[in-house]
Design a protein around this ligand. Sequence first.
Ligand code: PMP
Length: 306
Amino acid sequence: MSTEVKAVPAPPLPGGPSLQIYLNGALVPKEQAVLSVFDHGLLYGDGVFEGIRAYNGRVFRLKEHLDRLFRSAQAIVLDIGMTQDELQTAVLQTLQANALRDAYIRLVVTRGVGDLGLDPKKCPRPTVFIIADKIALYPKECYSQGLEVNTVSTRRNSSQALNPNIKSLNYLNNILAKIEAGVSGAREAIMLSLEGYVAECTGDNIFFIKGKRLVTPPSTAGALEGITRGAVMQLSSTVGMTAEERLFTTFDLYTADEVFLTGTAAEVIPVVKIDARPIGSGTPGHQTKRLIEAFHTLTQQEGVPI
Ligand code: PMP
């Protein structure tokens, strides 16, 4: 057997044929948007990111996303090297360059290129890139029929080891949970904290409804303070509910009237079965449907024009 290392052709890249990517201050075709193998984002997951949506020619809650990105960067002592206004302009330019009015935007800041040691001081400049493209996280029928999700044995990182509000490039904890969900036949995993409280899903926050109460875990349980989560909590009063953050267990989910997930990519999606237990009527709940409608209306109304 030959041990010669052969060059193999690269697999085709996702995205449209001429997708323009923002990379360190320039817009380049996706084929030229390449990073060094010495980038610490790749070597160590050392970096932070945001997933953002544009609806109908406006970027939804862009300031909130940029605020969160800068908080994440501050928490890991990462100097982004750009102001929030400059980054906002870069996001808008990326959307304009791709003539996108409805899009998913991935904004990533890594520690940058260094040596093989993990010391961040060896990385003089961060890497900043922005991908704007289409996304469909779940098929349409998941929204009309609802999702089946399962709890998994992989626990959410302790908030004392890695604060969930640092939206870092280090998603292995969530990926292990996603693999477990898939093995169990579910599309999504419910992750618990080390203490056994419900934390969140692998890329989404979780809510349950009981009567007029809308309940979601606090960040101390391991939940990211999601932008969609915040929007839904704000909307709760418009549909006659009160939102509350508190610790709870799977028992509260199993016996809830309704359960749903929230996230920038998934938006608001009903959950109809958890660990083989039908939730409520076993179909997407009435209150969840009202919140989905209210959220869709909100996304069409507000945002930074592209
Ligand atoms: N939790 C995790 C772990 C996530 O990755 C995400 C998606 N970024 C969320 C929750 C939902 O947050 P948001 O509504 O800001 O997208």
